[in-house]
Design a binder for this molecule. Structure first.
Ligand code: F6R
Length: 616
């Protein structure tokens, strides 16, 4: 949600900033802008509504912008429509300060009123612009440095923000601040970077520094200084980025989502690696004693969107293996209904970005109620893992496409690891049982790869069905969250109406929707699945087919009984019941991307969305 870049060094800032914005465009693409400080004097600001390519075009038409210091922004609009005038950077009355911002300044209306009555003139409808004017006030006619002014301004702000500013008359520095929004420093040789995400500067350096809450950083070409809001010098958290530029590029694929779907076997294998040590499942980070986990008597999984669907799958595994009850909640609903939490409750926050505001607030609420918090996250050093008692990292590498794919599979994988860890620590599984379940999980990357190698007919079917008005998705047991995920992927990418239902629920109402020829995707469990699961789904399949549905069936290869009920059969390898989502989701991801592509939409950047949602 909004991408931010800052640079000080010896390269042309405009090139570094635009390249950084290109890598952050997944965070928002409503508008883009830059401000470059020219050491010879002056500052130039350019901004444009729409995708970064619009700004690129505008820059190509004008004279080249000189300067080695600059900031840039790609926006996902919150306050103010996505127009030229609301595009960042925003400047003060004199045009000396330029600011870019990610987040929401909740008290901006009161601040704006105060500034306007003091004579400041506003040129946009954004909350951000107050910061430019507040910096102008703090700097005044004195020689206050930009970092000191930023500290004074941040003390007046309520809300979540990453702010990055430059000043025309202080040419060698860029200053930034953060509260509950992401900001990392990139440490180069004679050059320094600031960004919402390391992807922005990975082409230049893999050495980074994560900043804490309410910290202000000043970068210069020779280094950086971090202070708290009182001006005391403090430290950031240095880390090495363990993926490289190639991971952040399309690598010959038409779009990032396609590449990320293909990366799933590796991502799942990487997520499992090193988690079984001397017969015990280990977490990546924990400040919890074994005793704390032993005493857990209730689990809540909180998450949004696709991550929520991974939580629904985790419920089946955790409850089955531990007999501890699990509730799965949409994070934005969690705290408002006052859930019953105590020290023996484990709240599991699942988030790819680790910065989703709804999930972060659910974590904070859980901690206030003294519950234990474990997060499943793909971003090292993000706010959610920082505020958790324990962390399991999904090792997917950067996920650039807005629609989550490989992170979904790795979140599902991490959910299994958590289930096994809890079962083990609570004495519900012996070491050899855990080892067997873990070995079966380790076989999954090969089965995912096998599934991926058979996707051409799925793409062809997607092209055939691209003109449909509605597609329904049905599943039972772990197939139900898979159906929800299939429907979400299709909606968000192709803007086609889609719904996921528990297969058995259809007859209680939604079956009325079935019309002659309506495509219905049915996720069928493995015939070896426990109990009568397979038979029941086959009955549901027969029910929709009898009413004219065109059935698209995802089933285990060799499942002969399903064949006569399928208008289109998509076969996946046989797996243990609980692990089936790791293969059955794959065709649905491929299908959604191919439908969107056939309809002519940008698969990586669906309309109205942003990768990381840092507002509630
Ligand atoms: C859908 C999608 C979103 C995210 C959701 C949570 O494809 O990507 O539904 O899953 O916004 O994001 P994270 O995992 O970053 O908390």
């Amino acid at each position: 949600m909004c991408g931010i870049v800052g640079y000080v060094g010896s390269q042309d800032a405009i090139d570094v900033v635009i390249e950084g914005l290109r890598r952050l465009e997944y965070r928002g693409y409503d508008s883009a802008g830059v401000a470059i400080v020219d050491p010879a004097g002056g500052m130039r600001t350019e901004r444009r509504a729409g995708a970064l390519s619009n700004l690129d075009k505008q820059l190509a038409e004008g004279s080249r912008i000189a300067g080695n210091v600059g900031i840039g922004h790609t926006r996902w609009a919150t306050h103010g429509a996505p127009t030229d005038r609301n595009a960042h950077p925003h400047v003060d009355c004199s045009g000396a300060v330029a600011v870019v911002h990610n987040g929401i300044i909740e008290n901006f209306a009161a601040l704006r009123e105060r500034l306007e009555s003091a004579g400041h003139e506003f040129a946009s409808d954004t909350d951000t612009e107050v910061v430019a004017h507040l910096l102008e006030v703090e700097i005044g006619s004195t020689d206050t440095d930009l970092a000191a002014a930023m500290r004074a301004v941040c003390s007046q702000l309520v809300g979540a923000f990453t702010l990055v500013a430059v000043h025309r008359d202080r040419p060698g520095v860029v200053v930034a601040a953060r509260r509950s929004s992401p900001l990392v420093v990139g440490v180069g040789d004679g050059e320094m970077f600031l960004a919402s995400d390391v992807a922005a500067f990975i082409a230049h350096t893999r050495e980074a520094v994560a900043l804490g809450q309410d910290q202000v950083v000043e970068i210069r070409s020779d280094g950086y200084t971090v202070t708290d809001l009182q001006g005391g010098t403090t430290d950031g958290q240095p880390f090495h980025v363990d993926w490289n530029l190639a991971a952040a590029e399309k690598g010959g694929h038409d779009f990032f989502m396609q590449k990320e779907i293909e990366e799933q076997p590796t991502a799942v294998a990487d997520t499992l690696r090193g988690h079984l040590v001397d017969g015990r499942i280990v977490l990546d980070e924990t400040r919890l004693a074994e005793q704390d986990l032993r005493e857990i008597d209730k689990v809540f999984v909180v998450a949004c969107g696709t991550a929520f669907h991974s939580g629904l799958i985790a419920k089946y595994a955790i409850e089955h293996w531990t007999r501890v009850p699990v509730e799965v909640e949409i994070a934005s609903e969690f705290r408002y209904r006052d859930p019953v939490l105590d020290r023996d409750t484990l709240v599991v926050a699942v988030s790819q970005s680790g910065e989703t505001a709804d999930t972060l607030e659910a974590v904070r609420h859980a901690r206030e109620q003294r519950a234990r918090v474990l997060s499943i996250c793909n971003t090292n050093g993000a706010q959610i893992p920082r505020e958790s008692d324990a962390v399991l990292y999904t090792r997917s590498g950067p996920e650039v496409a807005v629609a989550s794919t490989k992170c979904f599979l790795t979140q599902v994988t991490a959910g299994y690891l958590l289930g096994l860890a809890l079962a083990q620590v609570q004495g519900k599984k012996y070491e050899d049982e855990v080892a067997a379940d873990f070995a079966a999980l380790e076989a999954m990357p090969r089965l995912i790869a096998q599934t991926l190698s058979t996707m051409d007919p799925v793409r062809a079917l997607a092209r055939e069905l691209a003109g449909s008005e509605t597609i329904l998705f049905l599943g039972r047991h772990v197939g139900y969250p898979v159906a929800l995920e299939g429907a979400l992927k299709l909606k968000e990418l192709s803007y086609m109406h889609a719904e996921g239902f528990p297969a058995g629920e259809l007859k209680h109402g939604p079956i009325a929707l079935i019309d002659d020829g309506m495509p219905v995707v049915v996720v069928v469990p493995d015939p070896g699945a426990r109990g009568v699961l397979h038979d029941k789904v086959l009955s549901n399949l027969a029910e929709v087919r009898a009413r004219g549905a065109r059935t698209i069936v995802i089933a285990t290869a060799g499942d002969e009984r399903v064949r006569r009920l399928a208008d289109h059969l998509i076969e996946v390898p046989s797996t243990p019941t609980l692990y089936a989502p790791l293969v059955t989701t794959v065709p649905l991801q491929v299908f959604a991307a191919a439908v969107a592509d056939a309809r002519g939409y940008d698969v990586d950047k669906p309309r109205n969305l942003a990768k990381s949602v840092t507002v509630e």
